[in-house]
Write a protein that binds this ligand. Structure first.
Ligand code: PLP
Length: 383
């Protein structure tokens, strides 16, 4: 169809002319502290394996044991025969740990957010989202039947205005616990106060679970807040993949009936559920991983804090904001010359003129590797 060809070409040309074309580069060791890209070994400061579990021998063994017991794929939707005792055990572990009645499992955080908003939000409802929420939440908000409005990032007064202006139907406020591109935390206690009785609060804690809180229970544990809905994902601190929507009994029953991403999609493998259950235990008991992260955080803050554009955070996500997209790519490329892999994050993933290097540190990085990162960035900025 010529019309499709024309549309596709125009969209590609537009991206290219702005210097924002995305490319897919194969890398070996992307889930590790060293990565091989185009035959070069680099230090990897661009993955979300915050606790260093993706390559941990103990967790690898648990996954392998799971395969021995349950085989490879789950072979069906959870409603048919894809839901195993390993999935049930994982649900129970998550509920006990995070303090919810139910955990509804999905194959990814993206689908969890879509499943939740598509099934819960109806016409006449108001969905109120932080302006910097993840693309999966924004897209689901635009496509669902509710009216979506946004509030300025972490601005509780603005949220209150939005809540007061909402129609008479139910309102849902959605925030991330830790913002994925900025590494800052939502003011959860204040947000909960603002929603009190007037709206439900949902927290997507993709980047907080495992990392924050005494037991790794995430942003909500740290803030001592229990939201109405909590989305946790397993592709980051859990070192695997998948997600769960934590909720009460009736929401759990409702999602089991109406969340299409749950009902009509193959369950993640039982072997993975088995490994995830093991990861949840490791996260809770191996506090040294969070301590190591805190040490790295201090070191990085100390060594990079003086650089204009570097934003110090209390999470493993450390943005170095450059502004111009081409310049961000140039700095990422200079860092690569120094042996460091960092991704330049550009619009539309981040707002215009805020292109950045998204530095992520993990418990698996050694002190020396972190030192090398800091030295290299200081040198590149000087050059
Ligand atoms: C805040 C947030 N929510 C959801 C997702 C999607 O999770 P998943 O990668 O499991 O699809 C991401 C992914 O990066 C994220 O940053």
């Amino acid at each position: 169809m010529p019309a499709f060809n024309e549309r596709i070409q125009q969209a590609l040309d537009a991206r290219h002319s702005k210097g924002l074309t995305r490319t897919l580069t194969p890398c070996d060791g992307g889930n590790s502290t060293t990565v091989s890209i185009a035959g070069r070994n680099l230090l990897n400061f661009s993955n979300n394996d915050y606790l260093g579990l993706a390559n941990d021998p103990e967790l690898k063994k648990a996954f392998q044991q799971g395969i021995d017991v349950y085989g490879n794929g789950s072979a069906a939707s959870p409603m048919v025969s894809g839901f195993s005792n390993a999935h049930r055990l994982l649900e129970d572990t998550l509920c006990d740990w995070l303090g919810f009645d139910r955990a509804v499992l999905l194959s990814s955080g993206f689908s969890a957010n879509q499943a939740l908003l598509f099934s819960l939000m109806h016409q006449g409802d108001t969905l109120i989202q932080d302006k910097l929420n993840h693309a999966s939440l924004m897209e689901a908000g635009q496509l669902c039947d509710a009216t979506m409005v946004r509030f300025r990032h972490n601005d509780v007064a603005h949220l209150r205005e939005r809540i007061n202006a909402a129609k008479s139907g139910p309102a849902l406020v959605v925030t991330e616990g830790v913002f994925s591109m900025d590494g800052d935390r939502a003011p959860l206690a204040e947000l909960q106060q603002a929603t009190d009785q007037q709206a439900w609060l949902a927290v997507d804690d993709a980047h907080g679970i495992g990392v924050l809180g005494e037991t790794g229970g995430g942003s909500c544990e740290q803030a001592n807040v229990r939201p109405d809905l909590l989305i946790v994902t397993f592709g980051k601190a859990f070192g695997l993949s998948g997600a769960a929507i934590m909720c009460n009994h009736s929401v759990g029953d409702y999602l089991t009936q109406f969340a299409k991403h749950h009902v009509y999609s193959t369950a993640f493998p039982a072997a993975q559920a088995f490994a995830l259950n093991h990861a949840a235990k490791m996260i809770q008991s191996q506090t040294w991983r969070r301590e190591k992260l805190a040490e790295h955080s201090d070191r990085i803050g100390h060594k990079l804090g003086h650089l204009a554009g570097y934003v110090d955070t209390s999470t493993p996500i450390k943005p170095f904001i450059i502004g111009d997209a081409d310049q961000a790519v140039a700095v990422a490329s200079a860092m690569r010359q120094h042996g460091i892999a960092l991704t330049a994050i550009r619009p539309p993933t981040v707002p215009p003129n805020t292109a950045r290097l998204r530095i992520t540190v993990t418990a698996a990085h050694s002190d020396k590797q972190v030192e090398t990162l800091c030295q290299a960035l200081n040198q590149v900025v000087e050059e």
